[in-house]
Design a protein. Structure first.
Length: 276
């Protein structure tokens, strides 16, 4: 395959590529997850221990040291704050894992560009699959903590995939953009590290969004995370149905952005071999 030939950019070609290479995506996602823990004594068990340690630390710091409250009622316990906080961190970590990996996806797999006929457009999907795996583990830890601290989880937890779905699509679009940019602009990896930190503190993860003045609430809602963070807490902790209208609008925007990211990636990939 000539790397300089024009690549398909239609929305249908995007869907066809992901479907046609679904087995490859699953296989390489498994390899990616296993490779992350290869060589360690506990191996894949670290994927469970990491979120457990995180939850224990946040529970101790915010419940014991700061005695923090989320202001949800007089019957709120100090440990509930840690659970609410952890739910927000799971959403942020999901997006952060994909964004941090994306700039190096092509650079780290230069052999796929030069020597092998490989569908490069599936690399962001593999990064997404790895992030989904770690998010599922973290969600299981969160539910275990909920059972310990609060009792039986609400039935609305079954709606969690629907809440994460639009963010996953948006993350996939971002990954296509960043993967292509990372080839030509090597500093993008450093920039993304700063962006991830900014997103953390400009999202209602450590505080309820209601504590902010109305003017600042509008600015924070321009961030892609707050809406998903709030909806995740609604279904995971508070037992409320999500904002279906908001999720629909978010999904529509994410789908359009993902397609534009795919178009950019397909247009830019013609120059990958010349730079690497």
């Amino acid at each position: 395959m000539n790397p300089h030939t024009n690549q398909p950019i239609s929305f249908m070609s995007l869907l066809k590529s992901l479907w046609h290479h679904r087995n490859l995506i699953v296989t390489m996602t498994k390899r990616e997850v296993a490779g992350r823990y290869r060589g360690s004594i506990l191996g894949l068990f670290w994927s469970f221990l990491n979120p457990v340690f995180m939850l224990l630390v946040y529970t101790f710091v915010f419940s014991v040291v700061f005695n923090a409250r989320w202001d949800v009622g007089n019957d709120e316990t100090s440990t509930q704050f840690a659970v609410v906080l952890f739910a927000g961190l799971i959403v942020h970590s999901f997006l952060a894992e994909i964004l941090s990996k994306s700039p190096g996806l092509i650079l780290g797999n230069a052999n796929y560009v030069k020597k092998v006929v490989f569908p490069l457009e599936v690399l962001p999907a593999i990064a997404l699959g790895s992030a989904i795996f770690h998010t599922i583990i973290s969600l299981l830890v969160l539910q275990f903590a909920y059972v310990v601290f609060s009792g039986v989880p609400p039935w609305t937890i079954i709606l969690t995939p629907l809440v994460f779905f639009p963010l996953a699509i948006l993350a996939l679009g971002c990954s296509w953009v960043l993967a292509a940019l990372g080839v030509f602009l090597r500093d993008i990896g450093q920039i993304i590290g700063v962006v991830i930190t900014v997103l953390l503190f400009l999202s209602p993860i450590f505080f309820p969004i209601e504590r902010l003045p109305a003017d600042y609430q509008v600015l924070i809602l321009l961030n892609p995370l707050p809406f998903i963070v709030e909806q995740a807490r609604e279904v995971l902790i508070w037992g409320h149905l999500p904002d279906w209208k908001g999720l629909t609008m978010y999904t529509a925007f994410s789908t359009g952005f993902a397609w534009l990211g795919y178009v950019w990636f397909q247009k830019a990939r013609k120059g990958f071999a010349d730079v690497l």
